[in-house]
Design a protein. Structure first.
Length: 423
C-alpha cells in the first residue's frame, strides 16, 4: 500500500466518524531559535496524521458532507525555493498528497467562507494555534453578522480532538513498522552508550554519541532532548544540562529515543559507570527491574491501562520497606501512595507521533481505558532519592534509576519493541 493511501484511509475514517460538517486543521507555525534562525520544522502531529504533509503554513479542510479534502499550501516560488528548500505548491498537494482541491495559503481568507458556509457543524480545536483561532473566530463572526444569508454557516462548533486522538491511539501496521524502526535505532544507541561510558567522560560526550547514532541510522534525530544524567543528576527527571564529568562510583541514567518519520521511541537505561554496581545501587536497580518486569507482564489486551503501574507500585513498595526508605504498615503506606515520594512519575504513557502521545487515559465513562491491540505505551518505573532527602539511609541518597521500554499491545499479549537495549 502506498504512503498516500494510508493517509487517505485515515481521512476516510475521520470523515466517517465526524458524521457531518467541515473540519479545519492548521499545522504548527515555524519556531524561531533566535533572531533569524529557525528550529528544524516539525509538522503538527494531528495535521500530519491526516495529511502526510510536512511543510509549514498549511491548512487542511475536510468536508464530511461532500467527502472532499482541500489543502492550502505555500505557493511554488523559484527564489524562496532556492534559499529555503523545495515546495509542493498546490499542484504537488493534489498530485502527491491526494488533495481534491488545493490553493495557495494566501487564498485562505477569500475561499474559506464558501468552504464552510454550507456546513451545520464546524470541527475545530480552539486553543492550539493562535492564527488558526483568529481565522476561525473571524469566520464565525462574519457568519453571524451575515444572518440574512440563507446559508448562514455552522451553528455548532465541535472539538475533533478526542476523535482524532482515539484514532491515533491504535496504531496501524505501517505505524508499527516505523515505531519498530525507531525502537531498534534507540536500542542500538543505548548499546553504544553502554560500550563507551567510563568515568572521566562528560555527559555531553555520551549525549553526542547517542545523537550521532540516531542520525547515522536514519532517524531524523532525538525525539526529545537526550538525557544523560550521572550521579545525583539522575534524580532530576528531565535533566538536560549534560555538563558534568562522570565519576567512578556513579550510576548513569540515559533516557534517549529517536524520531523516525514522525514516530518516537522513548527508552531509558541506567548503568554503573565502571560496569559494577555498589550494594545500594544494586538493590534499588534490582527493585526497579523487578517492578518493570511485573509491569510489562501486566500489558495485555483487555487490561486496564494502569495495570502495569499498579503492578510496579507493589514491588517498589516492598523494596522501599525492605531497605528502610519507608517505615510503617504496608497497608497504610499503600493507601497513602507513599511510594510516590520516591517513584515520582506514572509508570506509563502512550507513545506515537508525540512522545507523550495523545489520547485520553480514562474512557468515555471516566473509567481507566482498556488496552487494545495496536496501542503502544512506555513501561518506565523509577526510583529517585534526592541527595538532600531526609530520613533515609545515607547510602541511598543521590541515586536515580529508571528503566524504560516501549511496549506494543498485541492480540495475545504484548511485545517489547526495545528489547535490543540490554538491562
Ligand atoms: N523521556 C520522557 C519520558 O520518559 O517520559
Ligand atoms: Mn517516557
Ligand atoms: Mn523517557
Amino acid at each position: 500500500m502506498s504512503r498516500s493511501s494510508v493517509f487517505a484511509r485515515r481521512r476516510a475514517r475521520f470523515l466517517h466518524e465526524m458524521g457531518e460538517g467541515v473540519a479545519l486543521l492548521f499545522t504548527t507555525p515555524k519556531a524561531a531559535s533566535g533572531y533569524d534562525v529557525r528550529y528544524r520544522y516539525r509538522p503538527d502531529p494531528d495535521f500530519f496524521y491526516l495529511t502526510g504533509f510536512t511543510e509549514p503554513e498549511a491548512v487542511a479542510v475536510l468536508d464530511a458532507d461532500r467527502v472532499t479534502f482541500t489543502l492550502f499550501v505555500r505557493p511554488r516560488d523559484r527564489t524562496k525555493e532556492t534559499w529555503e528548500g523545495r515546495r509542493s505548491g498546490p499542484e504537488g498537494a493534489m498530485r502527491d498528497y491526494g488533495a481534491d482541491h488545493a490553493y495557495t495559503v494566501a487564498e485562505l481568507p477569500k475561499r474559506l467562507p464558501d468552504l464552510v458556509r454550507r456546513a451545520r457543524v464546524l470541527h475545530y480545536a480552539f486553543g492550539g494555534h493562535a492564527d488558526g483561532d483568529s481565522v476561525v473566530a473571524g469566520l464565525l463572526g462574519r457568519f453571524r453578522r451575515d444572518a440574512r444569508n440563507p446559508k448562514r454557516g455552522p451553528v455548532t462548533v465541535k472539538d475533533p480532538t478526542d476523535l482524532l486522538h482515539a484514532m491515533r491511539l491504535v496504531k496501524g501496521p505501517e505505524e508499527i513498522a516505523l515505531m519498530e524502526r525507531a525502537a531498534a535505532i534507540a536500542a542500538a544507541a543505548h548499546r553504544e552508550a553502554r560500550r563507551l561510558v567510563k568515568p572521566g567522560l562528560f555527559e555531553y560526550e555520551l549525549e553526542a554519541a547517542i545523537d550521532r547514532r540516531f542520525r547515522a541510522m536514519g532517524a531524523s534525530g532525538p525525539a526529545y532532548t537526550t538525557i544523560v544524567a550521572s550521579g545525583e543528576n539522575a534524580t532530576i527527571l528531565h535533566y538536560a544540562e549534560g555538563r558534568r564529568r562522570i565519576g567512578a562510583g556513579d550510576l548513569v541514567l540515559v533516557d534517549a529515543g529517536c524520531d523516525v518519520e514522525g514516530y518516537a521511541s522513548d527508552v531509558t537505561r541506567t548503568f554503573p559507570a565502571t560496569g559494577r554496581f555498589t550494594r545500594p545501587q544494586k538493590r534499588l536497580y534490582g527493585a526497579v527491574l523487578a517492578a518493570q518486569r511485573a509491569a510489562i507482564a501486566a500489558v495485555k489486551p483487555g487490561a486496564r491501562w494502569d495495570a502495569p503501574h499498579e503492578a510496579a507500585q507493589e514491588i517498589l513498595l516492598d523494596a522501599l520497606l525492605e531497605y528502610g526508605l519507608l517505615h510503617g504498615s504496608r497497608a497504610t503506606l499503600k493507601k497513602k501512595n507513599a511510594v510516590q515520594r520516591f517513584a515520582l512519575h506514572h509508570t506509563s504513557h502512550w507513545l506515537g507521533l508525540d512522545v507523550h502521545d495523545r489520547g485520553r487515559y480514562p474512557d468515555e465513562a471516566g473509567a481507566p481505558r482498556k488496552l487494545e491491540p495496536g496501542m503502544v505505551l512506555t513501561v518506565e518505573p523509577g526510583l529517585y532519592v534526592r541527595a538532600d532527602e531526609k530520613g533515609v539511609p545515607k547510602e541511598y541518597r543521590g541515586l536515580g534509576i529508571r528503566i524504560e521500554d516501549d511496549v506494543l499491545v498485541t492480540e495475545s499479549g504484548a511485545r517489547v519493541l526495545t528489547e535490543g537495549a540490554p538491562k
